[in-house]
Write a protein that binds this ligand. Structure first.
Ligand code: ADP
Ligand code: MG
Length: 348
């Protein structure tokens, strides 16, 4: 064998070894996954790498801790204490304060389309409980009088509900806060690749182990969990969806879902099946998905276009899909029943 050939063969051998080691390293990244039923929904946390085991455990514990602070049914929670001690200054945990402040910020920003004080209405409808009912109009009137973020006073370390019978409900925002807390835990544990799903609040950390982008499925709003109508390629991103199909009941052929318009007291009535918000903050995306669903397509799209680096995907009852301007490149529609509406929307 000539010297040249030997060098060539040797180089090929070295390259093969390097390639195999690289592949091996990737598959060696340990994968840890855990599921739990928390915050009234299925929680899935998956992480890869050395810190994965610790990070996944801490994440599940943290989600449970947040639930214990902010659930309205856990009797020791801050929210329970506030709801059951009207007109009293209640000392609350810093974590709860962060969520109440953000919730109030979105209430202001959306002029009350998002309202964390609509607990009286949510309880009245009972959607998602064993006994949902269409309330009497007089009962809705009463609950509307006990709804309004102006009744929520926030101080440094304490909060107060200034009117009796007003009830806090953080269901529209708390999962987003929890997802962002998981991101912090992953970072602390130096986890570079992770995936979190809190009942439709999806968060991906980094890219996939093989270096490609995560592909997040957007659920087909006509079907149950697991059926995907579009895919969004994402790194370090969150997708949060609010839809009329998640929690609802039917009476006399009419569908009543769990996103309430705080101005009417009834489930938001519009032409939307769902709104998905894509952004880097799950906390904001969660508040926004609920808010934008209440606003509806036209007002919601205009609102989203005023916020930098936050995108939205709307699906109407006709299965028309509307994408905000920054999203057009990232979404791939997988189901032919859905029609992507192209062009500029609602220019005036
Ligand atoms: P999900 O919790 O199913 O992911 P959302 O994030 O849209 O969906 O939150 C819906 C929940 O938020 C309701 O179950 C209720 O607790 C609360 N909610 C309903 N309507 C509103 C609203 N207009 N503003 C704030 N919170 C709301
Ligand atoms: Mg929400």
């Amino acid at each position: 064998m000539s010297k040249k050939k030997k060098i060539l063969l040797f180089s090929i051998l070295i390259m093969m070894i390097l390639f195999l080691t690289a592949c091996n390293n990737q598959s060696e990244l340990k994968k840890v996954e855990d599921n739990a039923f928390l915050m009234d929904t299925l929680v899935k946390v998956r992480a890869h790498g050395n810190g994965a085991e610790k990070a996944v455990k801490e994440s599940i514990d943290q989600i449970e801790a947040i639930e214990n602070l902010m659930s309205k049914t856990v009797t020791k929670s801050d929210v329970y204490k506030l709801n059951h001690n009207p007109k009293k200054e209640i000392i609350i945990a810093p974590e709860t304060m962060v969520v109440l402040k953000k919730a109030k910020k979105y209430a202001n920003l959306t002029a009350g389309d998002f309202d964390p004080t609509l607990g009286a209405l949510v309880n009245l409808w009972g959607i998602g409980t064993k006994n949902p009912t269409v309330p009497q109009p007089s009962a809705i009137e009463k609950a509307l009088k006990n709804t309004g973020y102006q009744y929520l006073d926030l101080n440094e370390e304490s909060a107060k509900l200034t009117q009796a019978k007003v009830k806090i409900d953080l269901g529209g925002i708390v999962k987003g806060y929890a997802a962002d807390s998981v991101r912090k835990i992953m970072k602390k544990n130096e986890v570079k690749h992770a995936f979190v799903n809190l009942g439709g609040n999806v968060l991906v950390i980094g890219d996939k182990v093989d270096g490609s982008a995560w592909k997040i499925g957007i659920q087909d709003p006509r079907k149950g969990r697991g059926s995907v109508m579009a895919i969004v390629a994402a790194k370090d991103m969150t997708i949060v969806t609010s839809g009329n199909y998640e929690r609802y009941f039917e009476e006399n052929g009419k569908l009543y879902h769990h996103i309430i318009d705080p101005k009417t007291g009834y489930p938001a009535q519009n032409n939307l099946l769902s709104v998905s918000i894509i952004s880097s903050s799950s906390f904001d995306a969660d508040a926004l998905s609920t808010s934008i669903y209440v606003m509806g397509l036209k007002k919601g799209m205009k609102f989203i276009e005023t916020i930098d680096e936050v995108e939205a995907m709307f699906i109407t009852k006709e299965l028309d899909v509307y994408l905000s301007s920054g999203l057009k490149e990232l979404v791939e529609i997988k189901n032919k029943d859905f029609n992507l509406i192209e062009g500029e929307y609602f220019a005036n």
